[in-house]
Design a protein around this ligand. Structure first.
Ligand code: AQP
Length: 330
């Protein structure tokens, strides 16, 4: 029997999942689910590396589960589960902490970005260690492929380094995973600050389109999106705002950026924004509607997550045991 390669990916239940998470991650997971053995995690241990309100976190965990299912992930083909319910994630993270280096973690740009306002001094040790937990997530399942957005490329490189280093020091243990980054929509930028990536924990709701936003809010947010000087609708490095809108249009519609540019030749930013809003609304509507239905039955979502955790615990056992043995801990 042919064994399928494994895929692992996850999203934090922090804030509101947005169109960047959809085109940078979810849409691709759904497209590839038939070809692989899939593990899609709700990374709640990552979410608590910044302060969370426990009541809100509980609700957001179910919301992410509902959005996974509503986007088209099939629990028959994918193991859908919460990271905190499989203790192997935290345990392997600790084992990998002893091969990860302070210097390499200090170079992670996500840590620098996330601490740029409050300062690194007051950041949690968990936030600093975030990429090691991420490495543990993937190596625990000996996953071959990790479909993520462009923003995660540096963490994926570190994950590969840690797998190789562990294998070198202690003997062949982990599969060295590969990043799978989509050609379009891999990095959706903020609507109001196109130099920053769209982020679900942003305090400015106008900076992102949430998957659960209603159509009128989406129209309003896209109408207010920042534009560049000049009037031409073209993607170029000196037009980051319009480039972002064109990239989003392309990722949601499947049309090429050059095709969209040709379509808008001689037309204004207003037309582009109006039509982009409708493309986004249409693309997200089935996901939003189904997710809201699923959220009406939280007990069923919890049941599904529990069953996913049982399957994940079983799949995680071999890599964890072999890492422990290699280290002399058995
Ligand atoms: N702006 C983005 N464009 C494309 N892909 C994105 N992803 C995140 N933002 C964008 C992809 O979504 C997946 C899940 O991300 P995450 O929740 O694990 O963490 P993150 O990358 O830190 O996402 P956010 O939205 O910025 O969350 P907060 O603000 O809570 O930290 C990943 O595959 C990521 O590449």
């Amino acid at each position: 029997m042919e064994t399928k390669q494994r895929v692992f990916s996850g999203i934090q239940p922090s804030g509101n999942l947005h169109v960047g998470n959809y085109v940078g991650a979810l849409k691709n997971w759904v497209a590839m689910q038939d070809d692989y053995e899939n593990y899609f995690c709700i990374v709640d241990l990552h979410a608590i590396t910044v302060p969370q309100d426990p009541k809100v976190l509980r609700q957001k965990i179910r919301e992410v589960a509902a959005i996974y299912l509503a986007s088209g992930l099939d629990p028959e083909k994918c193991v859908i589960f919460r990271q905190s319910k499989v203790s192997g994630h935290a345990e392997l993270c600790w084992l990998l902490n002893s091969v990860a280096r302070f210097g390499e973690l200090s170079r992670m740009t996500q840590f620098k970005d996330k601490t740029s306002k409050g300062g690194a001094e007051s950041a949690s040790a968990g936030l600093f260690d975030y990429p090691v937990l991420q490495a543990a997530d993937v190596l625990l399942y000996n996953a071959h492929l990790v479909p993520v957005g462009e923003d995660q490329r540096q963490h994926l490189e570190l994950m590969r380094t840690l797998a190789r280093r562990f294998n070198h020091l202690y003997g062949e243990t982990f599969v060295v995973p590969e990043a799978l980054i989509p050609p379009t929509g891999a990095r959706v930028m903020s609507l109001d600050a196109p130099e920053e990536k769209m982020s679900k924990s942003s305090p400015r709701p106008g900076s992102y389109v949430a998957i659960l936003d209603d159509p009128d809010s989406i129209r309003k947010k896209i109408r207010r999106a920042k534009t560049d000087s000049g009037t031409e609708i073209e993607a170029s490095p000196d037009k980051p705002a319009i480039t972002n809108l064109l990239d989003l249009y392309s990722a949601m519609s499947g049309e090429t950026v050059s095709g969209i540019e040709a379509h808008y030749e001689g037309r204004g930013y207003g037309d582009l924004k109006k039509e982009l809003a409708e493309v986004v609304i249409e693309g997200l509507a089935p996901v939003r509607e189904r997710a809201l239905e699923l959220l009406d039955d939280p007990a069923e979502l919890d049941r599904l997550l529990d069953s996913g955790a049982r399957r994940a615990r079983e799949a995680a056992q071999p890599a964890l045991e072999s890492a422990r043995t290699r280290l002399g801990l058995d």
